[in-house]
Design a protein around this ligand. Structure first.
Ligand SMILES: [Zn+2]
Length: 223
């Protein structure tokens, strides 16, 4: 199935990735993106490598949404046996939706190199050629390390929060609020604070807005 899909993709050079373009029209007042610009970039790009490996790439959604956003590709490493190869981001900061062409995308994709994992020698992104936090490890070694690290970090974080909750409770606070906010274009963050009375969505949104951000969602924990 994968092989058939891949050879189909190869024959075409690309396939539409299913974005239907709805919503782009809403952006018209901010900048003009012609149909041909969008069609040229809104595809899956495929690069065949040796030994059954391939890279597939698509332009990040933020590039289509914001005219100043640098040209960024999400690149996925596909392995013949179906083992996940992971993904990474290739960026050209001199290009945006305003001046990028499909040739720029192909050039970015062609610059990505795959090298043996520094631990187990499975295929891995060469960190010198693409933005990745894998540090030269293959996806499986990376995930193994990550899961161990996350377990330790989560436990440490849980203890920190419990300690802080106790402190704040002793100072008269009754609630901890965790808010997911958007600061600028595609810049999301989480913020936490305490309150003596139960917050509403309206008051939470107002507080976030005063800091120049937009409230995406929030959770309230009773201390
Ligand atoms: Zn490995």
């Amino acid at each position: 199935m994968l092989r058939a899909l891949r050879s189909g993709l190869q024959a075409l050079g690309h396939v539409p990735n299913g974005r239907d373009g709805r919503g782009w029209n809403n952006q018209k007042e901010r900048f003009t993106m012609t149909q041909s610009t969008r069609d040229a970039l809104n595809r899956i790009f495929v690069r065949e490598l040796t030994e059954g490996l391939s890279l597939t790439a698509e332009v990040s959604l933020c590039v289509f949404m914001f005219p100043g956003y640098p040209l960024q590709l999400k690149v996925i490493l596909n392995r013949q046996d179906g083992t996940p190869g992971g993904d990474a981001f290739a960026v050209n900061r001199n290009r945006s939706i305003m001046n990028a062409t499909s040739a720029d995308v192909v050039r970015l994709l062609n610059a990505v190199a795959i090298q043996p994992c520094s631990r187990c020698s499975a295929p891995a992104f060469d960190p010198a050629t693409i933005e990745t936090n894998r540090g030269g490890l293959c996806e499986s070694c990376f995930l193994q390390d990550l899961s161990q690290r996350l377990d330790a970090e989560m436990e440490q974080k849980r203890r920190q929060i419990a300690r802080r909750d106790r402190q704040m409770k002793s100072r008269g606070m009754k609630y901890r609020i965790a808010a997911w906010i958007r600061r600028g274009e595609c810049d999301y963050d989480k913020e936490e604070w305490y309150a003596a009375s139960a917050p509403s969505r309206k008051s939470t949104a107002a507080r976030v807005r005063r800091e120049g951000s937009t409230l995406v969602d929030f959770e309230v924990f009773k201390l």
